[in-house]
Design a protein around this ligand. Structure first.
Ligand code: ASP
Ligand code: MG
Length: 576
């Protein structure tokens, strides 16, 4: 399976280069299926054309229009292959039978038929499939959302059980950071599905994140490489070795994020569920959800949405304000998110401290922090974004990353059932951990470097932090640590107290961490709302939240954790 992006089919010259890659694979003895994007700029042009006619084109007709971009490409690629002496046939998404739901412009793939493709392969032909599109149960043409030709490729590779899915593009692989911003970024030889899933969803634009979800779920090995060189590219697979001592394998900057803040939220069960539910109902993904610890029974809740979703998300929150009894809803668009990702951080190693210290040293103020198992994200002002990315890349010495090797596919324990559709949410496991305590450090001074100082002192004392959350400086930082460490952690923090904050740190030991792991937890806006909805129904208060692509973690009162697990298992119909 091969996929060629828009720049790889931009003109006749490029198409010939792409065709040469297809022919090479064929001559190596493979049966080749290729999928292609619209020519670079084409989809934008078609959207502009539609908008010139009406600001709100009917989504069904927009899909009919947008699908033509890829249809042009498949015809041109097949003509080229034929002219070069290799019989090829083009097929649209509908002709293949890429079956989707009916959500126009954002459709999800449910099933991929393989008969038509196999028939042509058996005749010795190369099959070229239009990316980014499918067909709904009523035979309407659907498209999957911007940049999703990758998804077509991975879904086809999964359905056909292809040996490999090569993503050909205009860069020669996946780098430790975007080389246009970080000139000394290095190319990764291999990286795991989980890591690239985190990086792809936070703005590393190399592979589309929904396609990585499908790759992880069906264990499709990917290789990202250049159409224009012979460089070996980056392998994305189940796991890699050689990274054991490296906490971070990549950093990403996302500028198209906005923050919504809801102030004066009552600290009662059900608040998070209402907010996440209302926004999820509109098919908007929210991220980096942080609730500050309450002062006089009222908390501040913040989260990020994409800039393009801001208007709708704000309206939703405004409407919710009275129902929640909140005081105020506000937003900021001029923010950037920096994320550091790596499986190596599971083992601790003071990653949050290093990251925050690097920013503090350069006078970059951190406005928000969240962590999940393999991802630490901070929010800074968008003006500081690129500088912050450079600082973090340097702090983890990513320019000297050791060579890693792909591991032969390791079993990930992912068990699919008959009812699992190609892009359906897949929940694997609900588990809990009682060996946790929370330390709340109230109101830091609002100046650069405070978080770095605090987390650095904890790291120096060899205290491993699990979750780290900061809403804004003035609302303090919360961390979780192993119960045995919490008294020592408090001493460390209190010893720094006059410098950081005037108030003493607070300890709670009667908490537990609840984790839900799976695939699609973030891209399915409904997953988080289901989890929070179940907890709300059970009257369980949520103290802290950490979300990532592969895991939702919440801190709840210890007394409630078993009830929470049972209710979640029942709701999600798991029997573990
Ligand atoms: N042509 C579509 C887009 O630009 C899909 C793709 O290129 O991946 O969004
Ligand atoms: Mg922004």
């Amino acid at each position: 399976m091969q996929k060629f992006g828009g720049t790889s089919v931009a003109d006749a010259e490029c198409i010939k280069k792409a065709a040469a890659k297809i022919i090479r694979a064929k001559e190596q003895g493979h049966q080749v299926v290729a999928t292609v994007s619209a020519r670079a700029g084409m989809t934008d042009e078609l959207i502009a054309l539609a908008r010139d006619i009406t600001p709100e084109p009917a989504p069904r007709e927009l899909d009919v229009l947008l699908a033509t971009g890829e249809q042009m490409s498949i015809a041109l690629v097949c003509m080229t292959l034929n002219a070069m002496g290799h019989p090829a046939i083009s097929l649209t998404g509908g002709q293949v039978g890429i079956l989707t739901d009916s959500v126009h412009t954002k459709a999800r793939i449910q099933k991929v038929r393989t008969e038509a493709i196999r028939r042509e392969l058996d005749k010795g032909k190369i099959v070229v499939v239009a990316g980014f599109q499918g067909i709904d149960p009523d035979l309407n043409i659907t498209t999957f959302g911007r940049g999703t030709s990758d998804l077509t490729a991975v879904a086809l590779a999964a359905a056909l059980k292809a040996d490999l899915c090569e993503i050909y593009t205009d860069v020669d692989g996946i780098y430790t950071a975007d080389p246009r911003v970080v000139p000394n970024a290095v190319k990764l030889k291999a990286v795991s599905h989980d890591e690239i899933l985190e990086l792809a969803s936070v703005g590393a634009k190399v592979v589309q994140s929904r396609s990585v979800e499908v790759a992880k779920k069906f264990r499709v090995p990917l290789c990202v490489r250049s159409t224009f060189t012979d460089s070996p590219g980056t392998v994305v697979c189940g796991d890699v070795c050689g990274f054991e001592d490296v906490p971070v394998c990549g950093v990403a900057l996302s500028l198209n994020e906005s923050r919504i803040t809801i102030a004066g939220v009552p600290d009662t069960p059900g608040v998070a569920a209402k907010i996440v539910g209302a926004i999820g109902d509109r098919n908007i993904n929210l991220d980096m959800i942080v609730q500050s610890f309450p002062i006089q029974g009222k908390a501040v809740m913040s989260f990020l949405v994409k800039d393009t979703d801001l208007r709708e998300a704000l309206q939703t929150c405004e409407r919710l304000k009275d129902e929640l009894g909140a005081d105020d809803v506000s937003s900021e668009a001029e923010i950037a998110r920096i994320s550091a990702v790596g499986k190596g951080m599971i083992a601790g190693k003071g990653v949050a401290a290093r990251l925050c210290a690097a920013l503090g040293k350069r006078g970059i103020n951190i406005e928000m922090i969240t962590t999940s198992e393999i991802n630490i994200s901070v929010v800074v002002s968008s003006a500081d974004g690129e500088r912050a990315l450079l600082a973090v890349h340097e702090a983890f010495r990513l320019d000297e990353l050791p060579e890693v090797e792909p591991l032969a596919e390791t079993p990930t324990g992912l068990q699919l059932s008959e009812s699992d559709t190609m892009e359906g949410l897949h929940v694997q496991l609900v588990e809990f951990d009682r060996d946790q305590a929370e330390l709340k450090i109230p109101g830091l001074r609002d100046e650069p470097g405070q978080a770095g100082l605090l987390l650095g002192a904890l790291a120096d004392a060899k205290i491993n932090l699990d979750i780290v959350l900061q809403n804004s400086c003035s609302s303090g930082i919360s961390v979780t640590v192993k119960r045995d460490d919490v008294a020592r952690a408090k001493q460390v923090v209190d010893a720094m107290s006059p410098r950081l904050t005037d108030e003493p740190a607070q300890v709670s030991t009667d908490i537990a961490k609840l984790s839900i792991s799976g695939v699609g937890l973030r891209s399915h806006a409904g997953a988080a709302s289901t989890v929070f909805g179940v907890l709300a129904r059970e009257g369980i208060n949520i103290e802290m939240i950490g979300t990532s692509e592969v895991k939702i973690s919440v801190i709840v009162p210890e007394a409630d954790v078993e009830r929470a697990v049972a209710a979640l298992n029942a709701e999600l119909m798991l029997d573990n």
